[in-house]
Every structure is written in C-alpha cells, then in structure tokens.
Design a protein around this ligand. Sequence first.
Ligand code: PMP
Length: 444
Amino acid sequence: FQREIGERAPRTQALREEAARHLVAPTHFDRFVLPSAFPLAVAQAKGSRLRDLDGNEYVDLSGGYGPHILGYAHPAVVAAIQEAAARGAVNAVGNPDEVRLAGLIAAAFGPEHKVVLSNSGTEAVQIALRIARARTGRQRVAKFEGHYHGFSDQGLVSSWFRYRGDPRAPEPVGNSAGMQDAVVAQTLVLQYGEEDSLRRIAAHAHELACVVLEPMPSALGDFDPAFLRRLAAVCAEAGVLVVYDEVVTGFRVHYGGVQHLAGTAPDLTCLGKIIGGGLPAGAVVGRAEVIDTARTSGDPFRDVDSRAFAGGTMSGNSVTAAAGAATLLELRDRPQIYSRLRDRTAWLVEDLTAQAGDCGVPCRVKGRDSVFSVAFDHATPRLVRDRLAGLDVTATLAFAYHMRRYGVHLPELHTMMLSAAHSDADLEQVSEAFGKSVREMLST
Ligand code: PMP
C-alpha cells in the first residue's frame, strides 16, 4: 500500500507525514479509529467528487459523515457563505441568519416548536439531556447499545467498540479512556427493538430523566416504527422524556427526520450536520413547553435552580446559520431530492447485493434513504454487539482500498451517504468499482 500511495499520491503522502508531526487524532487523514489504508487530502470538492492534492479524482461516498446532502460547493450555499462573510461574520450578538435558520428548523418539526442552536451534534445531545434532567429532576439517562451520540462522556457509554453484560440487560461501559465512572454508572443501557427494553424503562421510571436513541440506528440501516411508537407510549406513561438523536438522519431521510416517516415524535430532537450546510452546527428542537426549560427567566440568580443553561460563543454565528438556512431552503423547495435519493439508494443496495451474490462474497449491503453500508460477514445479526463480533476489519479496510483504486472514496467504518449531486454515471462507477474490488479481494 505504501508504495502505491507514494506513486499515485506523493503530495498527499508528504502532507500526511507533515500532519503526523503537528496534528493529534482525529486528523481525518487516519480516520477516527483506524489508520487509513489510503489517506486522502482534498484540494477541491465539487458536487459528488473530490480531487486530491495529486490530481486524482474520486466519487465521494462519505458525504463528510453527513452534512453534504446537496453535494460539495452547491452554488446556493457558497453564495450564502460568501454574502454572510462579506457582511461581517458575527457571533455572540443577534443576527437575522440565526433567526431564519431556527424558523426553518422549527417549522419542519411542527407548530409551537422552538430551537436551541449549538456548534455540533455532540453539544446538541448534551443540551437535550440537560434539559431532560432539569425538567424531570431525575439524573439517570437510558440509551441503546451501539448508538453513538457524540464524544461527551454520556454519549460514549456502550456506544461502539466495547459492550458488556447480558445482551438482554447490558451493563454500561465506557468507550474511551478518561471517561467519568460516575457518568457511566448513571446510564441504563437498552437494546433497540426489544420488548425487554420497554419493561426496563418502566421499572426504572422513577429515576430516569430521558431515553436517548438514534431512531434509525446507523448500525441497523433501517428503523422499527412499531418499536418507536411503543417506546413513546411507555415513556409518556412513565414521565420519561424521549430524545431522538437525528444528527445524521435529520433532513437526510426526509425534510425533518425519521420521526416524519415513523409517525411518532419525541419530546426533543437533536440535529447537526445538514443544518450547518457544511459548517460546524448543531441544534435541539422541541415543543416550546419542553425546550423553554433552556430559556432564561431574566433573573440569573433564579436561573441557576431552574434553567438548563446552554451557551456557546459561536452558536448561531451568522456564517454557519446562513449556510444552514440556504441548505434547508433548497431541500424544502425541491422535495424531489428525497424521492430521487430514496430510489438511487434502493438501486445501489440491490445492485451491490446482486453482484456480491454472483461472486459468492459474504457481504451484506443495507440501507435506505441515502444512508447505506457494506459489511463483510455472513450472518444477519440482530444486536449491534453481534454485528461487531462478526466484523471483518481487514476486509473492510481492503474494500475501501480497492474502491479508491477504482476512483471511489469510502468512509471505511462509517456509513456511506449519497448526495443530490450523485449522477447516474457516478452510480455506475460505484457499481463497476464494487464488482472489480470484490473480485480482487477474492483473488488475494
Ligand atoms: N449523533 C450521531 C448519531 C452521530 O452520528 C454523530 C456524529 N457522527 C453525533 C451525534 C455527533 O455529532 P458531531 O460529530 O457533530 O459532534
């Protein structure tokens, strides 16, 4: 690999070496969790394509982990960023862009909805959980095994690479060094789609502030509307708030989120990625009656007892807000974007599944509504922990490496995303690269 990188991408390789001297992980050269088999440093991003420092061009399936649903450098978003910057980038002071963005988000989620803006999905989840604790006066949070909610201590409990205990009643476990034991211990860990989880919520109701979950877990590639509806009923009965983490799925699977497809809504929704139009952003949205717990009473001495404080020097800054609002306006006014993404994702899942079957490669392709993944194992595990146990890391990395050689950039262990900028020709290229890659993987 090293020799090939040196030959095909010498400038990228040189920059990677320089990066290693100055930048600590996550450098995004070496991904979050694994060293990349084939690092990428981008000189230009346009539409569905990335060009590296050495002039190699790739169809991008990473979507920057999610924000770029319109494709890179969409003219409306570029113009909005340029205009906002030219007017003078402002933060920590009121500006019309943040009001426009909040208005668009609130309108997508329902009447009487209001928004708290933040700078990332991680922050949005932190704010939502604090609102839930402040409102209920309870401390504990329930979450689902394998659901990632950003890198806060609470968000990382039993989130990705380490799970513990009985699969039906998991024990909470930290997924990073340096986490606070007390936060881990305060977490109740559940399994998505399991009736047992609902019983455990009811049993712990007196101490639970909220249940936080990815309504469409990225590890699953689909959602369970009946489970989501049962969860809502059990939590309403128990006085436990439901918090949806729609940082990935918000404005991606639908204008709004999974909740608009599932026919059941949470008390609070966390957003990020798309609502920043490619710049750092996050938000919590919910009915005024709930989310107003984060609003000041006007008396800072009284607030310390009753208000869930949420700050952020850059939250609601005018450039991010302008980029986000321009993105949402495009999506709102061109709903055919979503139907086209749905059809193209379905086509790709079917095509790759058929090709893998023809070659006899043990590989599952799953996903919907522009989000999809390829896993190299035979089983169809129900629980995330079983999926992880069967994950072939070597095959996953080799796959990303071969796809790159055929002009397709994958986010390796992350789910893949299509954008509105992907053309039929891009999809054909992905399909062809997939066929060649899996055949080469079989022969080596
Ligand atoms: N929640 C989910 C479901 C996510 O996938 C992510 C990030 N990929 C986050 C929260 C955290 O968002 P951010 O990286 O913007 O902090």
